[in-house]
Design a protein around this ligand. Structure first.
Ligand code: UDP
Length: 371
């Protein structure tokens, strides 16, 4: 099921995406490609708050092609997406297919392009958690091994690829597109003040929390522990709930634990980043938030078993399992927040200078001839 476009432009590049973080981190590349971009949305995230709002916010046109793989399990999503994309690539031949990150849409786009011998460009290549309990780890490995141009954000990512025998001209180090994504979406000081005032929040005196990974939401005990820990914080909590988390809270009978937390639906980029920039600290199991905290200069508690972003752990974030260390870390930071914020403000983001999108599009043009 999809809308059809007349034809892909001459020298056109297909950008295959399906979830919130892909849209956020590919927005700069889509904008740089301009009329050469043909955006194909697999429909993995079909909730407007996780999808369409991010196109609108960045002033991007709606995707030219949409499939509807959402709702199925991982295999079903990849299978349905692959069949639809294969049929589409049989009729439209882009000069390259761009995918980003580690989602089912990422691996689907890479497989479909590879099957039709269209060059695959992987944005955010070379991340490894070395944790094979995460489906994302398989998605990363498969996508990297199918890719013709691998855009690695950091030196560590380049090294991860080299250990698997991927190197040479196929790999370029670009930084992560998240840096320019944050800069483009972060509202100015007046809007930020208004955002906080609307929620009755004082700058630097609240925590912003996101939780949505299966390791924290499928496991009732883990989710109960995390929510209980939030009640032990020394400050108010803002908790934008991912639909998966809301479903899990209901399923596990934990609705009472939401009382007293500042629960909202998923936020758009501007609102989320505006709140994150002025929070005392962040708590998240998100991949993207681990990068964003280094641009926003805010400390982050990562509630996960493992991370594929060790660069963030050097100065900006700590990795903790669901348990008492969550509130203990918060209490420790609370003792000298201004000092912590000042220290982080002096540090550069390990994820680059904010020119990754421009560099990636220039490299695609040079190698695959989009001009
Ligand atoms: N985000 C958002 N609104 C929210 C929560 C998160 O815009 O209410 C953004 C956040 O800034 C980051 C991205 O969503 O850029 C992270 O997405 P997610 O956590 O779904 O995926 P992951 O990064 O873990 O792959």
């Amino acid at each position: 099921m999809h809308q059809e476009i007349a034809a892909i432009p001459d020298g056109g590049v297909a950008v295959v995406l399906g979830t919130r973080p892909e849209i956020i981190k590919l927005a700069g590349i889509i904008a740089e490609l301009g009329p050469k971009a043909c955006v194909i949305h697999t429909g993995q995230h079909y909730d407007t708050g996780l999808s369409d709002v991010f196109f609108t916010e960045r002033g991007l046109p709606a995707p030219q092609v949409r499939f509807a793989v959402g709702g199925a399990g991982r295999g079903g999503q990849i299978g349905a997406g692959l069949a639809s994309l294969d049929e589409w690539f049989a009729r439209h031949r882009p000069v390259a297919v761009v995918v980003q990150g580690d989602t089912n849409a990422t691996v689907t786009g890479a497989l479909a392009a590879n099957a039709r011998r269209i060059p695959v460009v992987h944005v955010e290549a070379g991340l490894r958690s070395f944790d094979k309990t995460m489906p994302e780890e398989y998605n990363r490995i498969i996508t990297d091994h199918l890719s013709d141009l691998l855009c690695a954000a950091t030196e560590g990512n380049v090294e991860n690829l080299a250990r698997e025998g991927i190197g040479g001209a196929a790999v370029i180090r670009t930084g992560n597109t998240v840096v320019e994504a944050v800069r483009a979406a972060l509202p100015g000081p007046d809007r930020c003040r208004a955002l906080l005032a609307e929620r009755g929040l004082a700058p630097g005196r609240y925590a912003l929390v996101t939780v949505h990974r299966p390791e924290n939401t499928d496991d009732a005990a883990a989710l109960r522990t995390i929510l209980t820990e939030l009640h032990r914080f020394p400050c108010p909590v803002v908790l934008p709930l991912h639909p998966r988390t809301l479903g899990a809270v209901r399923r596990h009978g934990l609705v009472d634990l939401l009382d007293g937390l500042g629960v909202t639906g998923p936020l758009g980029s501007a609102e989320f980043l505006g709140l994150a920039a002025h929070a005392a600290f962040l708590v998240s199991d998100s991949g993207g938030v681990q990068e964003e905290c280094t641009v926003l200069k805010r400390p982050l508690i990562v509630v996960r078993r493992s991370t594929e972003r060790p660069e963030a752990m050097r100065d900006f974030a700590v990795l903790v399992s669901p348990g008492p260390l969550i509130s203990k870390t918060a209490a420790e930071w609370w003792k000298d927040l201004p000092g912590l914020h000042r220290r982080l403000a002096r540090l550069e983001s390990p994820f680059g200078a904010g020119d990754a999108s421009r560099r990636i599009v220039a490299e695609i043009a040079r190698r695959f001839g989009t001009r």
